[in-house]
Design a protein around this ligand. Structure first.
Ligand code: AMP
Length: 110
């Protein structure tokens, strides 16, 4: 069950701040607080969704497409399409998922 008190839920509700890059009514992108690369952005849907598996099975094709299109726009905003990047999503215990709200890490710039 989705934990409404996870840290990203609190960020969406603006109960705690984030270093925001882009926000609309469906998605939020912000800098990771503990960056593992020069550019380390986190992208989240503004919905109660724990993992990639849940996102891909429980959400509409248009919601899924919208989220990944926004990821693509963030990649272009930082010109990572020119230099390269990694997209990572951690799911579950063996992946050490820390925050139980589906998120994609965008890492670039070494
Ligand atoms: P994961 O292991 O995929 O769940 O990664 C969670 C990520 O969230 C980590 O890279 C953390 O550094 C990051 N993180 C945790 N709290 C915050 C926060 N308040 N603002 C930005 N990033 C955060």
């Amino acid at each position: 069950m989705y934990d409404q008190n996870n840290i990203f839920a609190k960020i969406i509700r603006k109960e705690i701040p984030c270093d925001k890059i882009f926000e609309d009514d469906k998605v939020l992108f912000f800098n990771d607080i503990n960056p593992k690369a020069n550019i380390h952005v986190l992208g989240i849907p503004k919905a109660e969704v724990i993992s990639f598996s849940d996102f891909i099975t429980m959400f509409s094709e248009s919601d899924i497409k919208y989220f990944f299109q926004k990821i693509s726009e963030i990649i272009k905003k930082f010109k990572l399409d020119k230099t390269g990047y990694r997209l990572i999503t951690n799911e579950g215990k063996d992946a050490n998922q820390e925050v139980p709200h589906f998120h994609v890490h965008i890492l670039g710039g070494n």
